[in-house]
Design a protein around this ligand. Structure first.
Ligand SMILES: NC(=O)c1ccc[n+]([C@@H]2O[C@H](COP(=O)([O-])OP(=O)(O)OC[C@H]3O[C@@H](n4cnc5c(N)ncnc54)[C@H](O)[C@@H]3O)[C@@H](O)[C@H]2O)c1
Length: 323
């Protein structure tokens, strides 16, 4: 078991779910390092901050002196890096911060790992593989070439390559996971599912890019967190895909959200397509299953209904984490 784990980006969507999951299933001391950008919120760690096994440090992963101080003070055996600029639309209008956080931040963390002997786990994305045609049966495996389409995915692919280079050149202990789109509680309302839910709840137009035919593969965040712990506990030093195997078009997903909420599908409006919009993502996860036994267990319809209820309850109680 890992005694002390640094979780960067732990005040964001997946990071906060991971912190909550780890505290529920292990005695690991979690040191959460987060800059609290617009995307991070202490409310996502509500009920956790008083736990003796939890420490919060507000810091930027690009700040070398601050990272050295955290590593020196807490002496972690491992670091799991969720900290990132994560919104594709923002990367199209302002790519610079994506290069800084998603690449320089990763390098800074890995240098600290090299100095202290800590293991480094990088949270990556299916978007590094680029996209697939809508009508194909193809799916990416871990050997597929990296062909990112936009600044966000290019910054994530760069970090993956840098991490693999650090392993080969310096012998850094590294694991990388590439997951498909996550859904669940505590996700920022700028992201597709929460955005659709909030618009539907407020009776506003639900903007869907292009003709809505783009396909995403949805993974419940709890399935993701469980896979990560299995890899930290018993995975090899490898790259692993993690996917929910719930492929659905954006239009069909928006319609399903309307149906769950009993709202008219006429709220859905088509808007000009995102630049470089990826058509379809799909990944094979056989490697992870054969190495750890992991499989996704959350039913998509049930998980989506639970997520919708969570946002609806948050709104009824005076607002979700993010307005
Ligand atoms: N959400 C998804 O569907 C998805 C899918 C695949 C991979 N990922 C990856 O998972 C990771 C987490 O994604 P998320 O959706 O939880 O993101 P998020 O945007 O919800 O959270 C990111 C967190 O990182 C923090 N952060 C940003 N810059 C920082 C910096 N310089 N120093 C310290 N903290 C900083 C933010 O304050 C925030 O708390 C990201 O690396 C993302 O690329 C996300």
């Amino acid at each position: 078991m890992i005694k002390t784990l640094i979780v960067t980006g732990g005040a964001g969507f997946i990071g906060s779910n991971f912190v909550r999951y780890m505290l529920g299933v292990s005695d690991t001391h979690i040191v959460c390092v987060d800059k609290l950008t617009y995307a991070g919120s202490m409310s996502s760690l509500e009920g956790i901050t008083g736990d003796k096994r939890f420490t919060f440090v507000r810091a930027d992963i690009c700040d070398r002196a601050a990272m050295r101080e955290v590593f020196g003070r807490y002496k972690p055996e491992a670091v799991i890096n969720f900290a990132a600029e994560s919104h594709v639309d923002r990367s199209i209008t302002d790519p610079g911060i994506f290069v800084t956080t998603n690449i320089i931040g990763v390098q800074t963390l890995m240098d600290c790992c090299l100095e202290t002997g800590a293991h480094f786990h990088q949270i990556s994305t299916d978007e590094v593989y680029g996209d697939l045609p809508a009508d194909s049966e193809q799916a990416f495996d871990e050997q597929s070439p990296l062909r990112p389409s936009g600044p966000y995915s290019a910054s994530k692919a760069s970090a993956d390559l840098l991490a693999l280079a650090y392993r080969r050149t310096y012998g850094l202990s590294v694991t990388i996971t590439r997951s498909s789109n996550n859904y669940g509680c505590f996700q920022h309302t700028e992201k597709f599912i929460p955005h659709m839910i909030m618009c539907a709840l407020e009776g506003r137009n639900m903007p869907v890019y292009g003709d809505g035919s783009n396909v995403r593969d949805w993974l419940h965040v709890s399935d993701h967190c469980r896979a990560l712990k299995m890899i930290l506990d018993g995975g090899r030093e490898e790259v692993y895909n993690i996917a929910g195997h719930n492929e659905i078009s954006n239009l069909r997903l928006a319609e399903t959200i309307c149906d769950i909420l009993g709202k008219p599908r006429e709220l859905i409006t088509f808007v000009s397509d995102r630049k470089g919009h990826d058509i379809r993502y799909s990944m094979k996860t056989d490697k992870l299953t054969s190495d750890t036994g992991w499989r996704p267990v959350r039913d998509f319809k049930e998980g989506l209904e639970e997520t919708v209820r969570w946002y609806a309850a948050g709104k009824a109680a005076g607002g979700c984490l993010w307005k």
